[in-house]
Design a binder for this molecule. Structure first.
Ligand code: ATP
Ligand code: MG
Length: 283
C-alpha cells in the first residue's frame, strides 16, 4: 500500500512532468507480402517537449511516416517503447491530430460540416461544434466558404480546411506528414506562416515530416535528421532563430543559411547512401 506523500507519480502528474512524446529504442519490423521481414525503424530514440515543434527530415523511404504511425498509435512498435505524456501509446488517442499529404476531407460534406465532424464525433453538442468550427474557419480565412464542398476549393483552401478540422479538436499532439508538399511554392510558404500562427496560440507539440530542409528550419525548434533506412536518429539540430518567424524572410538570414549548410552536410550523406542503393526516387 502507498503511504501518504508517496513519490510515485499519478498518471496526471506524470502527464505534466514527462515529455509530450518519447520513443525509446523503438523498432518496427514489417512482414512483406513474400513473408520476409523488413525493418523500417531501428532503435529510434526521440523526445519531443511540451509545445515543441520538431521537424523530421530524411531520405525517401527511410521510415519517417512509419515513425509517425508509431506515435499516432496506428502501428505498434515491434520493440522498444512509445510514450505520449508519459503513458505507453495504446491505439489512437483523441488528443492526437493528423495532417497528411493527401486531403483528408469528406468530399460529400460542406466545409463547415467537415470542420464540425471531429467535435461531433467526440460528442460535442451540435450548436457548440458549429460555433467552434466557424471560429476556426475564420482563423484560416475561410469564413465565406463554409457552404462550399471540397471540390469547389483550391488546393491551398482545402489544406486550410484540413488545418481548421485538426485544430478545432484542440490536439495536444500534432502529427504532420508532408502536409504542404502538393502545393506550389508560394502557397506553401503562406501555409507555413499560417501554421506557425495557428500553432503559437495552442501549446501543441508538433512532429512535422518533410523533404524540404528549408521548410523544416523555418518552422521548427529542432530538426531531426534520420539515417538512410531503417530510420534511426542520426543528429538533432537546435534551431536558434527567433520567433515569431516569417518563412519568406527568415530563409534569407545569414544564420539560416549557416544552419542549412550544417544540416545539409548531415542529411546529404544519407540521401547519397539511399541513392547509391538504387532507390527509384530520391528527395
Ligand atoms: N505496411 C507496410 N508493410 C511493409 N513495408 C512497409 C509498410 N509501410 C512501410 N513499409 C516500408 O518501410 C520503409 C519505410 O517506409 P516509410 O513510409 O516510413 O518511409 P518514409 O521515410 O516516410 O518515405 P517517404 O519520404 O518516401 O514518404 C519503406 O521501405 C516501406 O516500403
Ligand atoms: Mg512518408
Amino acid at each position: 500500500m502507498l503511504s501518504r506523500g508517496s513519490p510515485l507519480p499519478s498518471p496526471a502528474m506524470s502527464a505534466h512532468t514527462s515529455p509530450a512524446i518519447e520513443l525509446r529504442g523503438a523498432s518496427k519490423v514489417f512482414r512483406t507480402p513474400s513473408g520476409a521481414a523488413h525493418t523500417a525503424v531501428r532503435e529510434l530514440d526521440l523526445t519531443v517537449g511540451h509545445g515543441e515543434f520538431v521537424a523530421v527530415v530524411g531520405p525517401t523511404g527511410c521510415g519517417k511516416s512509419t515513425t509517425l504511425t508509431l506515435v499516432s498509435g496506428l502501428e505498434e512498435p515491434t520493440q522498444g517503447e512509445v510514450l505520449v505524456a508519459g503513458q505507453p501509446v495504446r491505439g489512437v488517442g483523441d488528443k492526437v491530430g493528423f495532417v497528411f499529404q493527401q486531403d483528408a476531407t469528406f468530399p460529400w460534406r460542406t466545409v463547415l460540416s467537415n470542420v464540425m465532424a471531429g467535435p461531433r464525433f467526440r460528442g460535442v453538442p451540435k450548436a457548440e461544434a458549429k460555433s467552434r468550427a466557424r471560429e476556426w474557419l475564420g482563423r484560416v480565412g475561410l469564413a465565406a466558404f463554409e457552404d462550399r464542398y471540397p471540390h469547389q476549393l483550391s488546393g491551398g483552401q482545402r489544406k486550410r480546411v484540413a488545418l481548421a478540422a485538426t485544430f478545432v479538436n484542440d490536439p495536444q499532439i500534432l502529427l504532420m506528414d508532408e502536409p504542404f508538399s502538393a502545393l506550389d511554392v508560394q502557397t506553401r510558404a503562406l501555409m507555413s506562416d499560417e501554421l506557425l500562427e495557428l500553432w503559437e496560440g495552442t501549446g501543441a507539440s508538433v512532429v512535422f515530416v518533410t523533404h524540404d530542409l528549408e521548410e523544416s528550419i523555418a518552422l521548427a525548434d529542432k530538426v531531426v535528421v534520420m539515417t538512410a533506412g531503417p530510420a534511426t536518429v542520426k543528429q538533432v539540430f537546435d534551431i536558434d532563430l527567433p520567433r515569431p518567424r516569417k518563412v519568406e524572410s527568415v530563409r534569407l538570414e545569414p544564420r539560416f543559411i549557416e544552419i542549412y549548410r550544417e544540416i545539409w552536410e548531415s542529411l546529404g550523406e544519407e540521401v547519397r547512401i539511399t541513392r547509391e542503393r538504387g532507390a527509384a526516387h530520391v528527395a
